[in-house]
Design a protein around this ligand. Structure first.
Ligand code: NDP
Ligand code: MG
Length: 382
């Protein structure tokens, strides 16, 4: 039987690579639904190729461009909710970026669909609620993020596992000084040495905020205390993460850096398939694995994110929203690279976290923080 899949964010970096994985898996999947944002021309090509029954677009204005394609067009956030609720879907790949991933993920879980989760913001902002809901509904949350996919593969015995070791490439600014980082421009921040990703996550990888968000993600996914999650800089990105057990053994997942592999593992879990024939990892050619401690002074966003995770409640909602708005302002050339941290920190430090927030409170807080952050940016109040 084919697995019936919906891909939310099919026009993005993860979405397009997921379609490449599916192409390579010889009809193991039926694509029932796709969704895109602004890239309507790519979405149109995808509709023609994959013939999904449902498609969701961000703006109603684009509907006319997709007429006569024999697919039902749904619109906006409500459309995403509708798409994930239909009976003929088994698995939802949530590969939209940002906060719009949360509500369709919750809706999909309520409708007992397994989730392949790329959208880390969902766990960062509402991990406690999402994981509880998944357990209650008997739904699997399968991580797409490469570090978490690695941990899933290494975590052979939860009871005997002591630490999670999350690796980080260190991003494009690993080897430049704190002074030089002050002059970093957009091209420098987007020039990631190992991964080709969407812009927001690429900037987060340059500040190491991404690694902080991943620590929060790991805490929720695998139920580890923050103090038992370590971050290690590994510039080669061959070890995608590891688990240390009580007897001192460490199991690490190794491979060439390619998102095809974790995407495929989430889609075919628990099976492994040949799929896309990627280059084999060659230990002799690799020669060297380097490891360093993160430089928290040069990359303070990492520590700020872990602090927010440890605080719990809605603290990470604030961190995530403030950081995202600051990253957008940086990409719009309104602020400098180091302002991203300055702004996020100033919003975060003045924030009073709500304990055990509901989804409605999370969305309200998110909205409030975004308005506040934009105000601070537009009026130079940082
Ligand atoms: P991209 O920016 O490349 O893609 C985002 C996708 O979401 C696109 O399909 C985009 O549509 C769509 N989208 C964005 N905003 C909206 C909106 N308001 N309404 C509807 N659709 C929208 O991001 P990535 O693929 O890089 O990342 C996706 C998620 O996966 C993020 O949460 C990221 O943190 C996570 N992730 C990504 C990794 C990677 O390697 N790229 C690795 C690990 C996690 P369009 O392009 O048509 O506008
Ligand atoms: Mg990652």
């Amino acid at each position: 039987m084919k697995k019936r899949i919906a891909i939310l964010g099919s026009t993005g970096s993860i979405g397009t690579q997921a379609l490449e994985v599916i192409d390579s898996l010889n009809s193991q999947f039926e694509i029932v639904a796709l969704s895109g944002g602004n890239n309507i021309s790519l979405l149109k090509e995808q509709i023609i190729k994959y013939k999904p029954k449902y498609v969701c677009i961000k703006n109603e204005d684009n509907k006319s461009e997709l007429k006569n394609l024999n697919t039902e067009i749904l619109i906006g956030n409500e459309g995403l909710k509708e798409i994930v609720s239909v009976d003929e879907i088994d698995l939802v790949l949530v590969a939209v970026s940002g906060k719009i991933g949360l509500i369709p993920t919750i809706e999909a879980i309520k409708h007992k669909k397994d989730i392949a989760l790329a959208n880390k913001e969902t766990l960062v902002t509402a991990g406690k609620i999402v994981m509880k809901l998944a357990e209650e509904n008997g739904v699997k949350i399968l991580p797409v993020d490469s570090e978490h996919s690695a941990i899933l593969q290494c975590l052979t015995n939860r009871k005997a596992a002591k630490h999670l070791i999350i690796t980080a490439s260190g991003g494009p600014f690993l080897n430049i000084s704190k002074e030089e980082i002050k002059n970093a421009d957009i091209n420098g921040a987007l020039n990631h040495p190992r991964w080709k990703m969407g812009k927001k996550i690429t900037v987060d990888s340059a500040t190491l905020m991404n690694k902080g968000l991943e620590v929060i993600e790991a805490h929720h996914l695998f139920n580890f205390d923050y103090d038992d999650i370590k971050v290690v800089i590994h510039p080669q990105s061959y070890i995608h993460s590891a688990v240390e057990f009580c007897d001192g053994s460490i199991i690490a997942q190794i491979g060439i850096p390619s998102m095809h592999i974790p995407i495929q593992y989430a889609l075919t879990y628990p099976e492994r398939c040949e799929g896309i024939k990627s280059e084999s990892f060659d230990f002799i050619k690799a020669r060297m694995f380097e490891f360093y401690s993160p430089d928290y002074d040069k990359f303070p966003s990492l520590e700020l994110a872990i602090k927010a995770g440890k605080m719990g409640g809605s603290a990470a909602v604030c961190l995530n929203a403030a950081n995202e708005e600051a990253v957008f302002a940086f990409l719009d050339k309104k602020i400098t690279f180091t302002d991203i941290y300055k702004i996020t920190k100033s919003v975060f430090e003045n924030y009073i976290s709500i304990q055990n927030p509901s989804i409605e409170q999370i969305l309200d807080e998110d909205e409030k923080i975004r308005i506040q952050t934009k105000y601070i940016i537009n009026n130079n109040l940082f």
